[in-house]
Design a protein around this ligand. Sequence first.
Ligand code: ADP
Ligand code: MG
Length: 700
Amino acid sequence: MSVNLQTPIDYLKGVGPNRADLLRSELGIHTYQDLINLFPNRYIDRTRFYKVNELQRNTAEVQIIGTITGFREIAQKRGKRLVADFKDDTGMMELVWFRGQKWIRESLKVGKTYVIFGKTNWFSGKYSMPHPEIELQSEHGNNLRSAMQPIYPSTEKLSNKGITNKVASKIMQQLFLETKGRFVETLPKTLKDDLKLISKSDALLNIHFPKTSELLTRAQFRLKFEELFYIQLQLILKNLIHKSKIKGFPFEEVGTYFNTFFKDHLPFDLTNAQKRVIKEIRSDLGSNAQMNRLLQGDVGSGKTIVAFMSMLIGLDNGFQCCLMAPTEILSVQHYNGLNELCKLLKINISILTGSTKTSERKIIHENLENGQLQILIGTHALLEDKVKFKNLGIAVIDEQHRFGVAQRSKLWKKNTSPPHILVMTATPIPRTLAMSVYGDLDISIIDELPAGRKPIKTVHRYDNNRLKVFKFIRDEITKGRQVYIVYPLIQESEKMDYKDLMDGYESISREFPMPDYQISIVHGKMKPADKDYEMQRFVKGETNIMVATTVIEVGVNVPNASVMIIESAERFGLSQLHQLRGRVGRGAEQSYCILMTSHKLSNDSKTRLETMVRSSDGFEIAEVDLKLRGPGDIMGTQQSGVLNLRIADIVKDKDILQQARYYAKQVLKIDPSLASPENNVILETYRQMSKYRNIWNYIS
Ligand code: ADP
Ligand code: MG
């Protein structure tokens, strides 16, 4: 009979109630199972001994053999510190204790040979090691210790309360004693054979007490694979269940609206990517399942026309459609653009936003309910309960990152069964991230810009080159172009940002005086109506320069604006920089993006700036962003469950992720209900995981 791994951690010998509380609060370890899954962050080679004269200022933990030659107490501001002189045949160093001095003084003997282990500091011409792990050399040999010593995740509180790495290792040893190191296998034999994986028990033993570095590598591979495999399995399963449960409206027909538009009214040739994506959407809409598709495409890649043509399929099947955008300005832009096309096809289209007059609103509500209104464009106003469709067939959401899950689910309820949903975003999500977060959620990618676009020239300039930049702006304005100058975001508490913006505005006003130049200013502290007014002046070409904070980030389309100046560019994230740059390069003229910074730049800032200058590919930029920030930061807390991996790293373990996904798909393809005896182990493990863990939630 094996030990139940759901046993509370309190019952493990050597843990007890106090330590159990700490393990729970600091590391989230409640059970034996949790403890066994506390994987080391890294390993230190304890077969290696350093000599004092080999120490360098940046070596991490080292192990040294030597003798204590004497003790001293040194008074300091508060209390005193205990210092021992420690010597080997190559030199001298100091061991230092700030706490527990009495005990140390009593237990350590001058003249004896010890093995010490810890981090060293370089302090007033000498190396010292604060609070070393220390044991007599004679005892050192007796202790069972693997060559690679694991270093466990820890917190300041844990080490202050005496749960050092050594203690953590001891607790782990105890766990292996009690369980005899025998653990239930969690992967089927075929999979293990196929991938030459070691057994679960071997993997756990070697992850905690590696016998050799080769076994450690195999243990890591096995556990990473397993972790990613079960996440993929879960995501794919969820998607399969979703598809089988939620019936959509099959749009069987591609009819007159679509075909007429395609034949007679396409304003340009579609790019191959647009064609491909429309095909993907068409086949989704034609199936029995409700479509839930994410459409990714860089700014300017032409997502709108794809959305429009998808809506035409909806109309062809007798349904209404809506398109929701995050701001009034964007909604108006969409409406103006699509209205032109709708006129050609005699489609009834309207716009509904917060500023729609009550009288118009009434008409819209009526026509929506009686089915005369075919396409409705708008902001969040579309979500209001009063807005009732006769039969909403497809809802398009633009710039999805601005909308939450709750809002999406509101859209779902606008019809007896949920409409097809197409979510569009210009913030590309790296493949690996999309895979691990969305699993099998359907994703379409437009990875090609319309022909003839001139790539935006991006440069990095230091603040002391400002005069040259001003001259450049003047030249562009003389040519008839318009210019954006963007400052970091204003948040209520960030008075400095506001000051920067206002100082900037003042100096720009001085540099570009009226009446020769007109300047708009837009920032987060303005009333929406004032913001809109200023924005409209710029859109209409009445102003030459738009000084703004990041409020212009999303969607604004001013083809005549050809210069984007980003002030304090080092303070922006990569995806934000990329979004901002996407505001220019929308017209026929050569566009420019100038990243202004001071000379003080962190390494990460440098990488971001270099990436922007080098690349205009949103996916490449997203990959760099992922490496810099890590997946949790990029996706936000919503998906942190999926991204909170125990051992795998979706950036570093991309290949394993791909493999895990492939195998998870294979398994489910052959045996979707995991009913075969062979897959019983998968089913069992999966059940256990769902039972004892917060199962990950993701976009739905
Ligand atoms: P986004 O993907 O950023 O929403 P839009 O749909 O607004 O991009 O398209 C950007 C501009 O490119 C629009 O003016 C649009 O009319 C134009 N456009 C879209 N597709 C093509 C194409 N295949 N050929 C030429 N121009 C196109
Ligand atoms: Mg768009």
